[in-house]
Write a protein that binds this ligand. Sequence first.
Ligand code: GAR
Length: 203
Amino acid sequence: MKTRIAVLVSGGGTNLQALIDARDRGELPHGMLALVVSNNEGAYALERAKKAGIPAAVCLRAKGTPRSDFEARLLDILSQNNIDMIVLAGFMAILSADFVGHYPERIINIHPSLIPSFCGEGFYGLRVHRAALDYGVKVTGATVHFVNEIPDGGRIIAQKAVDILPDDTPETLQRRVMEQAEWILLPRAAEEVARELEMRNEE
Ligand code: GAR
């Protein structure tokens, strides 16, 4: 049985699109994109899910409400959909150790830098690229890693380097890192982990 994957998103969903495109090319043979969950009801990623025929759900955390309530609802949605594996694809919320404990080595995340540079709490989206440019590094990239209780601290699965060009802005750098690293690495890593889990399930 294929590994049932939930993709968690918050925004534009280009990494979700890369997963959908890989699926459509037959490059995700051991995984099924079974569900998309967004913590933002306006996320364009939800449109992408709809167009690709993937069931989607919205799970919101209202300001000032406990994370545990949000995570309990999220866990419910995931278990109702028999999810085996979670891909964080531009999901802008940190998951607690308790949540992660429900899916040990079954959650992967794409981060837009070469971990351990420019990562951890507060480093997300364009902020990561701004920090790389401010520091003056000449090479950055993307990392896919397992998610554990430390933000961006889990075991690394794959990394790819991307050159920084003299005239880069956070926006141009973000785009190049996506094109040259994220959209390639994430589908490959998802397939690798889905395959492992499928094999383990059949043992
Ligand atoms: C991507 O660059 C992803 O690596 C990053 O947010 C962007 C989401 O874009 N994730 C993080 O910064 C997580 N710490 P997308 O919605 O178009 O995939």
